[in-house]
Design a protein around this ligand. Sequence first.
Ligand SMILES: [Zn+2]
Length: 316
Amino acid sequence: MKAQTVIALSLAALVSLMAGLSQIPAVRFAVLGTLLPLTSTIVVKPLKDDVYWVSGGMGNTGLVIGETGVIAIDSQMFIPTAKQQLEEMAKITPKSVKTIVLTHSDPDHVNGLPAFPRGLEIIAHDRAKADMQLLVSDLNSNGFPPSAEIKHYMPTRTVKATETTNLDGVPVILVHTGSAHTDGDLAIFLPRQRVVFAGDLLTPAIGPFPGIHLGKHGSSLGMFASLRAILALDADIYVPGHGEPLTQAAVRQSLKDAEERRAQVKTLFDQGKSVQEAKLALNDVALKGAAARFPTFVETTYQELIAERGVGPPAK
Ligand SMILES: [Zn+2]
């Protein structure tokens, strides 16, 4: 069995163990401590001039070398893996991180923040900041309690809608078109290098269809709008939150597949099928690895349709 498979299986087992222990915060902290050595090795990989994506840990992050410092995209889930990332970064540049852009507020993207020095510029969507403020008041609110230190890492600059800016000499477009994975997503487009860091607007390593975080007001139709917006940027490389970088053609295909899947789900819903019947009809499979406990796109679409109509599937 490949090392990565062992890691994925072990993580899945530990995540389900954690779910079972969720009533005991102290135990959850202890279990998190055993989870982190199992995350895969951090590797910093060049993409384009001054742009790197980082694989390993519990998801992807990004590094962009600016004029005076480094712009980091997301923080890793665990402090030790985030520290490992900083050690790897030191092998490619003497510059230190001065800015962090967060793609959204989920634990696998923000919990590693305390590995970075305090006092950095931290950029996030307004709603992601609100989630993080909730996290400070209730460390369990994202399901995976971070270090209490995270209170020193609240976003210092927020974005509400798509914004063109310049970070440390690097032209950047921060893209937000509305609720998608969550209501506080930001994709980062580097027009000079034609690279998009999409966060969890794209998650090919988890499953073939979008992940919609309904607990954070995500939306499948909003997801389609966001994917259309990042496709309109005409980038060459799209770095997902989880999985290998994608071509523009692959992103376009994922959007098409997701739109078709939603239409199929809607038809089955309107025919009065239960969610179980729809899952069976569409060969819906559980998400991969540590995400296996999260609902699939068929399940979240059912929940959306029920909320939209105010009732379950109509009687046959
Ligand atoms: Zn994620």
